[in-house]
Design a binder for this molecule. Structure first.
Ligand SMILES: CC(C)(COP(=O)(O)OP(=O)(O)OC[C@H]1O[C@@H](n2cnc3c(N)ncnc32)[C@H](O)[C@@H]1OP(=O)(O)O)[C@@H](O)C(=O)NCCC(=O)NCCS
Length: 213
């Protein structure tokens, strides 16, 4: 890690409507089929099953992440994106640590996601978090017909996983500045709102596009 590591004044906050302008410009810079503002708003409104955050440098949004809780067995990482000029400084890791902790707080045991077969950076990051490839969705990404790799991280509430998470945090110098989670309400699990199927950018009915997750 070089000196341009994790910015010291990085914080995490719940994604709000006021963040959307910057979120959407980061989204457009990173994805061939970006989500729309309506898609983000729809996600953000489903408080009991969703958890969407932004990484802030001061008041500037530099990244964002989203989690969808299915049940105690499974939560889906819907998005993880960092502004191009801030990538490779640990911000993606910072956001994902927070997402994983939220899933743990909600009593979820396992996490899953889809990632482009060609997206080596993201796959390396996910592997560090204990995600392993378990399958392929052929031609999942509409615009290029690229395959999606399905990855799972299991038993995230085990002591072994706690060790992994601590190691991941130490690698980006996060111990001293773990995101404070006390100010954010965490909802305990199990709600009748859970969709029958995990939703991704490709199969969300309200999402007219297909992105990386
Ligand atoms: C994937 C993504 C979210 C990662 O975000 P990021 O902030 O760059 O992630 P991190 O900095 O935590 O980790 C990425 C790499 O930077 C390295 N890194 C972190 N801090 C560093 C530092 N201070 N100095 C040098 N390298 C550093 C990490 O070790 C990691 O290395 P690797 O790629 O060799 O494995 C980001 O690249 C992104 O938004 N990509 C486009 C959208 C996307 O593909 N999202 C994922 C969809 S599945």
């Amino acid at each position: 890690m070089d000196s341009a590591g994790l910015p010291r004044n990085l914080t995490i906050a719940a994604m709000r409507r006021r963040h959307l302008r910057t979120v959407l410009s980061i989204e457009r810079a990173n994805y061939a089929s970006p989500w729309s503002g309506a898609s983000f708003l729809s996600e953000m409104m489903q408080h009991s099953t969703r958890y969407y955050t932004v990484a802030l440098l001061g008041r500037t949004v530099v990244g964002y992440a989203g989690l969808m809780v299915i049940d105690s067995e499974e939560a889906h990482v819907n998005t993880l994106t960092v502004s191009v000029e801030y990538q490779h400084r640990g911000i993606g890791t910072f956001l994902l640590v927070d997402l994983v902790k939220e899933a743990m707080d909600r009593g979820v045991d396992n996490l899953t996601l889809e990632v482009r077969a060609s997206n080596n950076t993201a796959q390396a990051l996910y592997r560090r978090f204990g995600f392993v490839p378990v399958g392929v969705r052929k031609g999942y990404y509409e615009e290029t017909r690229e395959d999606a790799i399905i990855m799972w991280a299991n038993s995230i509430r085990s002591p072994e996983y706690a060790d992994r998470l601590e190691f991941v945090q130490s690698r980006i110098g996060m111990e001293a500045m773990s995101p404070s989670r006390s100010s954010r309400s965490s909802t305990s699990l199990v709600s009748s709102e859970y969709p029958a199927l995990p939703l991704s950018r490709e199969n969300k009915p309200h999402m007219e596009n297909g992105g990386d997750l």
